[in-house]
Design a binder for this molecule. Sequence first.
Ligand SMILES: Nc1ncnc2c1ncn2[C@@H]1O[C@H](COP(=O)(O)OP(=O)(O)OP(=O)(O)O)[C@@H](O)[C@H]1O
Ligand SMILES: [Mg+2]
Length: 285
Amino acid sequence: MTASSAVIARPRALIEGDSGLLSGPVAKNAAKASLRSLGVEFRSNDGAATQVLQDINLDIANGEFVSVVGPSGCGKSTLLRVLSGLVPARSGAVTIDGRPLDGTPAGVGFMFQRDTLLPWATIADNIRVGLDLSAARHDPAAAADRVRQLVSFLRLSGFENHRPHQISGGMRQRVALGRLLAYDPDLYLMDEPFGALDSQTKQLMGAELLRVWAAHRRSVLFITHDIEEAVALSDRVVVLTSRPGRVKLDLSIDLPRPRDLRELKTNRRFGELCELVWNNLELQN
Ligand SMILES: Nc1ncnc2c1ncn2[C@@H]1O[C@H](COP(=O)(O)OP(=O)(O)OP(=O)(O)O)[C@@H](O)[C@H]1O
Ligand SMILES: [Mg+2]
């Protein structure tokens, strides 16, 4: 996958065109994304089938932040790939805004664990990649303004002209987040975006993401191995079984917002919710 394909998109102009169509009754009441009895299997060269996901039922409401945890290999990344149109469902139904998924959906953006920044491009240009997929490409002054806003919002001021190798891992992930924000999808698919970061930077990035989410209120499907991170950030945490991944627990996180991630550590309810998730997590196979 190329770096720029990390943002899976059709031009914003098309998305806006689509959302005009989507303003009818179906879209209004529909979940942002919905999986019904989803099954996915992969076939090896000798024809042997491996069932990866089985009978997954999951809705992500508009503006909702949902995390998915589960043992390694249970199909979490596959779930995101299905929603981004990269992997076909073997059975069941997948809808975005109430419409059956057909190819690569508009308004869906992807962020990976390892940043996929363009190594030769500056920080500002890496963020601009998101805009280049949007209508803003036709208005360079507005695009430059938007990049400046994002650089400032993500506390990257002064590093606009650095290259990715000249900034820290946490800053690189902020740039990757900036690229996603520049594109501004309606649904953020995030595959362990902070998994490679140390715990302190991870917490700072979590706070950053919540700040972004509170300001933009997009729908987020967030994959992580970190239970505390899942509980701290989310409206719901979904626990998958080991492969084939099935939904074992779909837990509402009844912690008030806004949340102070550091204070949460000593919150009794937070501890209970983390334990509940832990208790439902199967050992890796
Ligand atoms: N394109 C593919 N072809 C064949 N098998 C695949 C393919 N993609 C994933 N798999 C298999 O599907 C299973 C689930 O993979 P997936 O990457 O979704 O797991 P995961 O839950 O994200 O794991 P991890 O937590 O380690 O990232 C694995 O056994 C993997 O080998
Ligand atoms: Mg994965």
